[in-house]
Design a protein around this ligand. Structure first.
Ligand code: SF4
Ligand code: FES
Length: 232
């Protein structure tokens, strides 16, 4: 038999099935919490910390996409501290990567009053656009390493394992094993990684080339040998 837990979210008593996260409990009860790395179709890893909430009695803020709702918990989804944390996360992202193709994150920046110039000395993630297959381009200057694409390519959906993490620490980025081109990997061009990418780092090749000003006819005769493109 399914068991429920009762908790308080922003002063309102709610119930949630045992095993659900705070985020699940909030969403099921009409309370929105912003997320970036979380996606319904992928396993949550608590990487971005955008979904943090205050939980009474806990010293540090909790990532609601991975922490389970528990009996008697008292959760605050907004407030000065939580808002400040989210604003800082957004400001760090804006300082280090290209968010121009991430409309949901840009909306969050407005909502939290984030200043994109707050960390002017931050090292930006720069990368050429990799155009090496007929289906999608990769622009890692727009990648926030949320891991969604890696997971959907692996156990969360496709079991293909064509992409993974490469590098360490700040240098960590998404790539292929041994930096092979996509056609040299196990990729089957299913497009699921493109579908879950929140930032446009992975994008339909056709859409990208149209945005670059190419006509449909020009695109149809292009070959797809590995190229690193500078955006026009
Ligand atoms: S390419 Fe997109 S989905 Fe993959 S880690 Fe980067 S931002 Fe996330
Ligand atoms: S959405 Fe929860 S940590 Fe990223």
């Amino acid at each position: 038999m399914t068991q429920n837990v009762t908790l308080i979210i922003d002063g309102k008593e709610v119930t949630a099935e045992q095993g659900k996260t705070i985020l699940d409990a909030a969403l099921e009860n009409g309370k929105d919490i912003p997320t970036i790395c979380y996606h319904d179709a992928t396993t949550a890893n608590g990487l971005c910390r955008m979904c943090v909430v205050d939980v009474e009695g806990m010293r540090v803020q909790q990532p609601s996409c991975v922490v389970l709702a528990a009996e008697g918990m008292k959760v605050k989804t907004r407030g000065e501290k939580v808002d400040r944390s989210r604003r800082t996360i957004l400001e760090m992202l804006a300082s280090t990567m290209d968010l121009s193709d991430a409309p949901e994150i840009l909306t969050m920046m407005d909502e939290y009053g984030a200043d994109a110039e707050r960390f002017p000395d931050a090292e930006r993630r720069e990368s050429d656009v990799i155009d090496d297959n007929p289906m999608y381009i990769r622009d890692y200057s727009k990648c926030l390493t949320c891991w969604r694409c890696v997971q959907v390519c692996a156990e969360d959906a496709q079991y293909t394992y064509a992409i993974n993490f490469a590098g360490r620490g700040y240098e960590t980025q998404i790539g292929t094993f041994f930096d092979k081109s996509i056609p040299e990997t196990t990729c089957v061009l299913c497009g699921q990684c493109v579908a879950v990418c929140p930032t446009g780092a992975l994008k339909s090749r056709r859409e990208y080339l149209l945005e670059q000003g190419m006509s449909a006819d020009e695109i149809s005769v292009l070959n797809t040998g590995r190229k690193k493109r500078k955006p026009r």
